[in-house]
Design a binder for this molecule. Sequence first.
Ligand SMILES: C[S@@+](CC[C@H](N)C(=O)[O-])C[C@H]1O[C@@H](n2cnc3c(N)ncnc32)[C@H](O)[C@@H]1O
Length: 304
Amino acid sequence: MTAIVSESSEEHASVLEMIELLQIDVLEEEVLQGKPEREHDPFSKNVLRKQRHWERKLAARKSKRKEEKLRRKLNRHSEEDMAHPQLSKRIMKAVTKERLAEARFSGLKVCIDLSMSHRMSDKETSRLAAQLRRLYGSNKRASKPFHLFLTSLGEDSRLLAECVRMNAGFLNYTMERTEQSCLDIFPPENIIYLSPDAEEALERVDQDKVYVLGGLVDESVQKTLSLCRAKEAGVHAARLPIDQYMQKTANSKNFHSKILAINQVFDILMAVCDTGSWTHALDKCFPRGKGYEVAQHGHSTCES
Ligand SMILES: C[S@@+](CC[C@H](N)C(=O)[O-])C[C@H]1O[C@@H](n2cnc3c(N)ncnc32)[C@H](O)[C@@H]1O
């Protein structure tokens, strides 16, 4: 309502301005035609001065009206967003889709090696399917998602069936899914296989490398499985730099574990890439219940 009133009063004002300008035009015409009742010189100067004055005023009004219009438009959009959240949800969905598509060209390559999934029980398989859902959720929410690969995922496998059963829209996830091994699709010298048992600590996350996570849930699965896989394939293995940046916390069970779920490792990698800081990434994403906290004297930040 307010908008309508102010718009019509603005129109009224501009009509008045136009009339005044037209009057000036008529007076000028008369001056040029040498009408006897008007005094030429002083009047002509006055008319031109007035004309300039009105032109300036009109231009100022015009730009003010334009600004007002833009402001009303922006206000209307934010009101619409609140009144129709599904609209902004639609926009967010489109942005996410765009980002995931872009990640296929320029995102850091992160691969989940599912070649060991036959070693898991049904319960572990279900837990891995849930971790893959969380991992994909993190990637969808990221402002700079990774390029995701699920390798050695058999079309007839128990794991694929479980992923489809538990994760709505799994077959439409924007990620690469293949029966091929990661060792067949990436050059071995580009692979860094992440393993909690690796000797070397990961120092930096490098855009040119492919980071491979072992698709395993660690309940009854053997220790050092992913490290053995990396060694057999002759690829570089690295662990998260937990010892470098964290210290044990006192807890009643004296429990301390550096073995994380794949989605937790994924979140740490994502945070390191976002901030360039291991301290920040581990502080934000290392699970509280694992009996570690970031040490006060932590190393300086790492490049990502
Ligand atoms: C639950 S862990 C599996 C642990 C299993 N015993 C193994 O042999 O790797 C799942 C995967 O997450 C990654 N991961 C977990 N904790 C890690 C750590 N501290 N450093 C590096 N990678 C880790 C590894 O890729 C690992 O294969």
